[in-house]
Design a protein around this ligand. Sequence first.
Ligand SMILES: NC(=O)c1ccc[n+]([C@@H]2O[C@H](COP(=O)([O-])OP(=O)(O)OC[C@H]3O[C@@H](n4cnc5c(N)ncnc54)[C@H](O)[C@@H]3O)[C@@H](O)[C@H]2O)c1
Length: 611
Amino acid sequence: MFIPNFTVRSPHVRYTEEAIEATYRYETTQVETNGATGEAVAVPTTATYHFRTGRHVGRVGLMLVGLGGNNGTTVAAAISANRRGLSWRTKAGTQSANYLGSILMSSTVRVGANAATGEEVHTPLRAMLPMAHPNDLVLGGWDINGADLATAMRRAAVLDVGVQVQVEEELSSIKPLPSVMYGDFIAANQASRADNLLPGDDKGAHLERIRADIRDFKATNNLDTVIVLWTANTERFADVLPGVNDTADALLASIKASHAVVSPSTLFAVASILEGCPYVNGSPQNTYVPGAIDLAVRHDVFIGGDDFKSGQTKFKSVIVDFLVQAGLRPTSIASYNHLGNNDGRNLSGPSQFRSKEISKSSVVDDVVAANELLYPRGPDGAPNAGPDHVVVIKYVPAVGDSKRAMDEYSSDIFMGGTNTIVAHNTCEDSLLASPLILDLALLAELATRITYRTPEMGAHTHFHPVLSLLSYLLKAPVVPEGSPVVNALFKQRACIDNTLRACVGLPPENDMRLEQRAHPTQPMGRLGVAAAAAAAATGAAADSDTAGAGGGAKGTRAEAVRPAIPAKAFGGEGAVHGLNSNAWNANGMGNGGSAEPGGGGPAAAAPPDAP
Ligand SMILES: NC(=O)c1ccc[n+]([C@@H]2O[C@H](COP(=O)([O-])OP(=O)(O)OC[C@H]3O[C@@H](n4cnc5c(N)ncnc54)[C@H](O)[C@@H]3O)[C@@H](O)[C@H]2O)c1
């Protein structure tokens, strides 16, 4: 069953004009280890979080660095085509504008089970909380190449001509703002593109100009929020030098002094942070030198990165997780790809390739580190290096944006066997990356409206400025210092889904489905009970063909014999989100509608308008 949106009815959730407020019990496990005895004890822990999500989305602007590139022009054309509901003819039939590949626009989450039928109920991910729609984004940005976006879109050769011709008039009116290009950060083969540069080489002046661009864009378009996102060429790594870019103050001084170590992408990050705008890095380079992270923390502005996780790496972060979780031991991963777009041309520069190689190589680290049965430590206690992992990228102009990715995964299996999986993927690179840009921007904007407070905290605050919530969309996620990096794709996705659920006071999806596994003689399952009640209400026979979970499909024997028990016994009103809700009340951890645990006050009814 599909529902386009929903509201939550719970004593722990309150809707006001401005915000959705939820008091949420976060349950996790801490493990205490004793170094001397080797004893380990797992301790369940509970913390109360009070979430507040602003309901006013406002007008959102997205400024792309690299606006005239394949991704930038594809995003621009796609927004225009979707906004106008365009269709175009291709040799395979009529194609319509869509947002396939955007998790917010095209994926759903399970909300719960239908109280009457037990059927699974799904809703769009974007319906979990109020979010901006990509059609409403105001787009702008910079490029070192001055071509208008219609010309740049034709050069990119990503989209069908049938859609290009319909959006080119609109796109021809958009011209990228001038940008900066320093030293050898991007490959020398990009120099011929650079006809739209800010004058001079004073990095301090460039910073002020970029900051002014952001302010002007915001004021001219009457925007509430601006997100700045780097989708320009991959840069080489920047050196991290003590006293130069290792602290916020050092970095700001180095920009003022036009120090050679400051890259264009770091300069844009600093400008964005100083303007209070979230900044996302879609390329692999180390834009976030320690000084940039320090600055983001100091100004409490979100930064996210690095490197869009669009095709080959996304697949890798699934398949290696699957193999290791299956108890098989990957021994080698050989990843080869060739591409013919301008990104590929730039990556033919050795130091730019090196940035990509680093970003692509770390993607299985957390999966390997999680299983010391398969990957035991060395005799000296050193972590296992994991499978051999090689990444090759070649520039083959003829294939254009249709990147070919070929991967071979070899694994040790039962009793000395070897399992080898080979995958070939023709990616259409920018068509995979562009929806990620939209998701990153919309999630970053959403994060600016979410605050939380624990009972120990005086006031609400945002999440940590290093926004690891975005990890699903990125190859080499940047995380707060001391936090583990999670690369496994479905864990990353669960993080987004469950965080959004928490913001509306819903428990995380744990897939235990206890109510569906009740023993036939023990009527513990709410779903079966509700299904039987619904069948009774409609006069249908509660027999094995109608009463089961699964939306009226063949019922299981277990449901058929389960006696009907009033739903009230399991919580009734105000407890529609599961058995938890009442148990929580009963334990005195919340009461009749107060948004605060232990607080008093009458039940706050949810207004009928959906979040
Ligand atoms: N599937 C994907 O497409 C994918 C996946 C992961 C990462 N990426 C990264 O996204 C980036 C963009 O990819 P693309 O295919 O659009 O590349 P592209 O070469 O088509 O576009 C990059 C644009 O950035 C511009 N540029 C370079 N330096 C600039 C600067 N300092 N300021 C402003 N503009 C600048 C270039 O002129 C170009 O128009 C690349 O770094 C790529 O590695 C892409």
